[in-house]
Design a protein around this ligand. Structure first.
Ligand code: M6R
Length: 615
């Protein structure tokens, strides 16, 4: 949610910043901007609403020189997407420029104080307040930019990752973070900063993840300094090796990142499973669980917290943990959990699930759970993100960077890890019998090949997607393990095609949503051969009797559904608990092709951002 990037070195900053913005565009793309400081101490600021390509058109008509610069791609929170509201924001004198990811909660109070001191505001943003405050402090206290930034941040409530430059100092960039991510890339005579590591890949693999309440002072040709915001004392700097490659950030011949990520799933699940199923598919090893056996043995309850697609994975996780660990499980939206006065103690385990590891609500839920004494476990994709750094233990899903805003490979990775986790805890607590364990593990170990098989419906779904050009509403129905799959299928469709879609437990439909069904309202029913298959057949009949078209996702070899449903899409046979992973493949493809047919930008759908770092 908003991407920031910065550079100081000997190359032209503009080129590096624009390339960085393009890599960060998945975080926000309603406007973009850049501020460049050249060696004569002149600052050029270029901003534009819309995508980074618009910014390039605007910037190239002006001065783009300078070897120091900061840039931003925005996801609007305060003020509509426009040239004026785009970052960087510049102080009243024009001397200081700032980019910001996050929200300044007390901006209205600060704005009033500054207005009383004669400051005028051009934009509607909270960010402009911060840059004006920095300037006000600097001028009234005659202090350095660093001291002014520090003092201003002490007055600010909210979340931020910021980068600040000053016109008359082409050798310095100040950065800081609190609850929004910021990575510093240390190169040879050059330094990069970014919201995540993607803009840095290819320049250096040496990175530092700034911690909350730290300020970084980046000076040309001088060692990096990191200070604690509270006491101004130097913090320990830990340089880590970045393991991202350029190939992972490219489309690899596909039209979109989303399609690439859908088709990558055999490989990503192979990476996700690697080394975790052992002893001839008879045992699971997850270091996060193995190192905390006592905690998992003594736990009386597990609560899963997440948002969006990760929350759908959590719902499947609940079923898995109930089935294999035989213990109470709750699932909460992180945003509700954090304000819901949850009753927790040291016998509770809270599992947070997040692709990005930066979702603000999930981070707040973790914080609260820790304060209440729970053991907090993280399931995350992005290595080194805030969630893995703030949890007691956890497991990475290892599916590689997910760039398409609509989550696909992360979802199947999350469900895979939740399956491993449930089996691992179940084996530890003696709650799962060896035969079940071996059957599920053996099927899970073949999941990459199974998904390859599932992807073969691609052409069939491409054709099917054209049938639904008429539909403005969709219903997605599923039961048991596949009720969350239905929610996820509906979310995929609405996110990228802007078609209204509702996921519902199939049997619950008759208590209300059935009123919506007519010839114009197709239903997608997830109906693999599982313990509830016979039940869902009658739900399909209820839809058909009211004239609704039905697309049924059925297990290979199914013969009974084709007499009832209008279209049947086959998925490979797997144990019931693994059907959500396999059934999500045709749902991802269906949403994808319907959106493409409508001419939508599937990688960057309107109003969305990949990682939601604000409340
Ligand atoms: O990074 P996270 O998994 O914490 O993100 C949670 C949601 O914002 C995310 O899953 C969102 O719903 C996706 N756009 C779904 O495709």
């Amino acid at each position: 949610m908003c991407g920031i990037v910065g550079y100081i070195g000997s190359q032209r900053a503009y080129d590096i910043l624009i390339q960085g913005l393009k890599r960060l565009e998945y975080r926000g793309y309603d406007s973009a901007g850049v501020a460049l400081v050249d060696c004569d101490g002149k600052m050029s600021v270029h901003k534009s609403h819309g995508k980074v390509a618009n910014l390039e058109n605007v910037a190239q008509a002006g001065n783009i020189n300078g070897t120091l610069g900061i840039a931003h791609t925005r996801w609007a929170t305060h003020g509509e997407p426009s040239d004026i509201n785009a970052h960087p924001h510049v102080s009243q004198s024009g001397m200081i420029a700032l980019v910001h990811n996050g929200t300044i909660e007390n901006y209205a109070v600060l704005k009033k104080v500054l207005t009383d001191h004669g400051y005028e505001f051009k934009s509607e943003t909270d960010t402009e307040v911060l840059v004006q405050l920095i300037e006000y402090i600097k001028l009234t206290s005659s202090c350095s930019l660093l001291d002014a930034v520090r003092e201003a941040l002490l007055q600010v409530e909210g979340a931020y990752a910021i980068a600040v430059v000053e016109q008359n100092d082409p050798d310095t960039m100040i950065v800081a973070r609190k609850s929004s991510p910021l990575v510093i890339g240390v190169g040879d005579g050059e330094t990069f900063i970014a919201s995540d590591a993607t803009p840095i890949v290819g320049y250096t693999d040496q990175v530092i993840y700034l911690k909350d309440n730290e300020i970084g002072v980046i000076k040309r040709n001088e060692p990096l300094q990191v200070l604690s915001l509270s006491d101004n004392k130097p913090s320990t700097i830990s340089i880590q090796k970045l393991k991202l490659s350029l190939a992972q950030l490219e489309k690899g011949g596909y039209d979109t990142f989303m399609l690439k990520e859908i088709f990558e799933q055999p490989a990503t699940l192979r990476d996700c499973l690697r080394g975790r199923i052992v002893d001839g598919c008879s045992r699971v090893t997850l270091s996060g669980v193995d190192l905390n056996k006592e905690r998992f043995m003594k736990a009386e309850r597990i609560t899963l917290v997440a948002c969006g697609t990760s929350w759908h994975a959590a719902l499947i996780g609940k079923r898995l943990i109930q089935d294999f660990c035989k213990m109470p499980v709750e699932v909460e939206y992180a945003s509700e959990f954090r304000y819901g006065n949850p009753v927790l103690n040291e016998k509770d385990i809270v599992i947070s699930i997040s692709q990005s590891g930066e979702t603000a609500d999930t981070l707040a839920a973790i914080q609260l759970a820790k304060e209440k004494g729970a053991f907090v476990y993280g399931i995350c994709n992005v290595v080194g993100a805030s969630i893995p750094r703030n949890t007691d233990s956890g497991t990475y899903i290892h599916v590689g960077p997910e760039i398409g805003v609509a989550s696909t490979k992360a979802f199947t990775g999350q469900v895979t890890v939740l399956t491993l986790l449930a089996l691992s805890v179940g084996q530890l607590r003696g709650a799962v019998d060896q035969e079940t364990l071996s059957t599920v593990l053996s099927a899970l170990s073949k999941m990459p090949e199974t998904i390859e098989e599932a992807l073969k419906v691609d052409n069939e779904i491409k054709t099917l997607s054209r049938v639904f050009a008429y539909a403005h509403n969709f219903l997605y129905l599923g039961r048991g393990y596949n009720y969350p799959t239905a929610l996820e299928g509906a979310l995929k469709l609405k996110e990228i095609s802007y078609i209204h879609a509702e996921g519902y437990p199939a049997a619950e439909m008759k208590h209300g949503p059935i009123a919506l069904i007519d010839h114009d309202m197709p239903s997608v029913v997830i109906a693999p051969n599982d313990s509830l298959y016979d039940k869902i057949i009658s739900n399909v009949q209820q839809v058909k009797s009211r004239g609704g078209a039905v697309v049924a996702i059925v297990s290979k070899g199914n013969t009974s559904m084709s007499d009832i449903a209008d279209y049947c899409i086959e998925i490979p046979n797997v144990p019931e608990c693994l059907t959500p992973i396999v059934a999500s493949i045709p749902l991802q493809l269906l949403a994808y092709y319907i959106a493409v047919n409508k001419g939508k930008d599937v990688d960057q759908p309107r109003n969305l951002a990949k990682s939601v770092t604000v409340e």
